[in-house]
Design a protein around this ligand. Structure first.
Ligand SMILES: Nc1ncnc2c1ncn2[C@@H]1O[C@H](COP(=O)(O)OP(=O)(O)OP(=O)(O)O)[C@@H](O)[C@H]1O
Ligand SMILES: [Mg+2]
Length: 232
């Protein structure tokens, strides 16, 4: 579904990505783990066209994303839940969800009913301004908004960041359920243990280069991964 080959991204003199290659197959959850500054966010932002690649290729569902305008990319059913959520704080929960459907407003009422069923907490708060939601609720809203576009694939950038252990569990359970409904997921996480536990496969990114890749359950037992990312 998503294939990245030899991707290079620079910020001026900073080489953020040095030849990243990875694939995500239809129906998978794939994790991208790595330390601060490794290039995880850059990878997601380059996929959705928010950063420009200096070299390499990105193919999603048969489309060459490097040749596709960012405004067109979101219409390809590829959703991005960015780092730090980026909900619209001055709009209500419901208005935020409506924004998520702008690329495909057909059946919006039904999609919204599905999202409310998945996130009863958002339903209870649908008239509340999004900026007044708790951190965990804002994260749920960000995921709910992505679902409103009825994506084939969602790119998620650190959905567990800043959440209490209980909410971390909840958000990972939600990611798993969303995937079971048939949505492919590329998950960027610093919480490597939880991410690997729900993933099919994973890649480890170190200063712009993929150093380890494989079956997620195997990586949970990989000595290098344990030492560097699982604190074991
Ligand atoms: N707009 C920018 N201008 C210059 N350098 C940048 C920019 N954005 C990112 N970088 C640099 O690129 C590298 C990769 O950053 P990126 O945000 O992709 O890392 P990350 O793996 O997402 O880290 P974190 O876990 O802290 O979110 C870092 O060294 C960062 O300082
Ligand atoms: Mg990041």
């Amino acid at each position: 579904m998503l294939e990245i080959k030899d991707l290079h991204v620079n910020y001026g003199a900073v080489h953020a990505l040095n030849g990243v290659s990875m694939t995500v197959k239809d129906g998978e959850i794939v994790s991208l783990i790595g330390a601060n500054g490794a290039g995880k966010t850059t990878t997601l932002r380059t996929i959705t066209g928010l950063e420009k690649a200096a070299g390499g290729s990105i193919t999603f569902d048969g489309h060459d994303l490097r040749k596709t305008e960012p405004s067109k990319i979101i219409t390809l059913k590829l959703a991005h839940v960015p780092e730090g959520r980026h909900i619209f704080p001055q709009m209500t929960v419901e208005e935020n969800l409506e924004m998520g459907a702008f690329t495909d407003p057909t059946d919006m009422a039904k999609t919204m009913a599905d999202v409310y069923e998945r996130f009863p907490r958002l339903k209870e708060r649908k008239r509340q301004l999004a900026g007044t939601l708790s951190g965990g609720e804002q994260q749920m809203l960000a995921v709910g908004r992505a679902l409103m576009g009825r994506p084939k694939m969602i790119l998620m950038d650190e959905p567990s960041m800043g959440l209490s252990p209980l909410l971390v569990k909840e958000i990972f359970a939600i990611i798993r359920e969303v995937n079971k409904q048939g949505i492919t997921i590329l998950l960027v996480e610093q919480n490597a243990k939880m991410a690997l536990a729900i993933s099919d496969r994973a890649y480890v990114l170190e200063t712009g280069t993929i150093t380890i890749e494989g079956d997620a359950k195997e990586l949970l037992n990989d000595a290098r991964v344990k030492k560097a990312y699982l604190g074991q």
